[in-house]
Design a protein around this ligand. Structure first.
Ligand code: PAF
Length: 281
């Protein structure tokens, strides 16, 4: 397995792979890898001739400097994990390799068609501009046949699908199921920042989400929404930032169970912000 830090070296590898007609499976990450990432990489390894993983803590998608600084980074540990499961190449550039100063400080325009005005987009203004900015750059550099994304970031995935359509990328986006630990908590790099006590409380998030399925279709989406928030906010350590039951493609709030529905949630557990979601039909 090779670790590459420059676009120039990456380009040499990509040209070689393309010349030899090798298929490329790509998993974009910000490092601090966990079982959720490993599942994506294992699938990319199994389904392609070459698996490339990017490790880049993308500054333009953070609207909170403390969050960016505290984001866990351990390239050696990540590389060991990736090598052991058959990843062939890691692209781990510095920010200066990816962005010009103007790009780092300026804004990036993309027509989200309303997908960014709700949930994560509402509470983290500019976040998805940064995501589209980096993922489109990585797609151009790596030119993968398939790219793998986890459904935990449900809104991100919907936006990536739109980006691929609008920007005409010839890339197959593979949606991969949420990976949970044995307690049910959705795997996240942020879980590392939870104390043991906080972890025990964070488990309530997925418990409540799973339980909420039992009330469909008896309760209206609006009442179920209130019920979920109440159940989680009962715990003083947990604070729901939003819970929205939305159409799984348009991401707009639904009023009846006739549409494909997914409930998306963001909860503060102490200072750690966790997201999760559940499909209702
Ligand atoms: O989901 C993530 O980890 C990031 O948003 C991504 C897709 C790697 C872009 O920085």
């Amino acid at each position: 397995m090779r670790i590459i830090g420059t676009k120039q070296d990456l380009n040499i590898e990509i040209e070689l792979l393309k010349a030899n007609k090798k298929s490329i499976g790509f998993v974009p990450t910000m490092g601090a890898l966990h079982a959720g990432h490993i599942a994506l990489v294992e699938r990319a390894v199994a389904e392609n001739d070459c698996c490339i993983v990017s490790i880049f803590v993308n500054p333009t998608q953070f609207n909170n400097l403390i969050d960016l600084e505290k984001y866990p980074r351990d390239l050696d540990r990540d590389a060991q994990m990736l090598e052991s499961i058959g990843c062939q190449l890691i692209f781990a550039p510095e920010a200066s390799e990816i962005y010009t100063t103007d790009e780092l400080t300026g804004s990036f325009d993309f027509d989200f068609g309303g997908l960014d005005s709700v949930m994560e987009g509402k509470f983290r203004p500019g976040h998805f501009n940064g995501v589209v900015q980096i993922v489109s750059k990585l797609f151009r550099l790596i030119q993968p046949d398939k790219a793998y994304f986890g459904e935990k970031d449900f809104q991100q995935l919907a936006i990536i699908h739109r980006m691929v359509n609008i920007m005409h990328f010839d890339i197959n986006i593979i949606d991969c199921q949420i990976v949970r630990d044995e307690s049910g908590l959705a795997m996240s790099s942020r879980n590392e920042r939870l104390t043991e006590e906080q972890h025990k409380k964070a488990v309530e998030i997925s418990k409540v989400l799973f339980e909420s399925r039992n009330f469909v279709p008896k309760m209206s989406p609006d009442n179920l929404n209130k019920w979920v928030i109440e159940q989680i906010n009962v715990f003083p350590e947990l604070n729901v930032e939003y819970f929205d039951i939305v159409h799984s493609e348009t991401l707009q709030t639904i009023n009846s169970w006739t549409s494909p529905a997914v409930g998306c949630i963001a909860v503060f557990c102490g200072e750690v912000r966790l997201i999760d979601n559940i499909r209702y039909n």
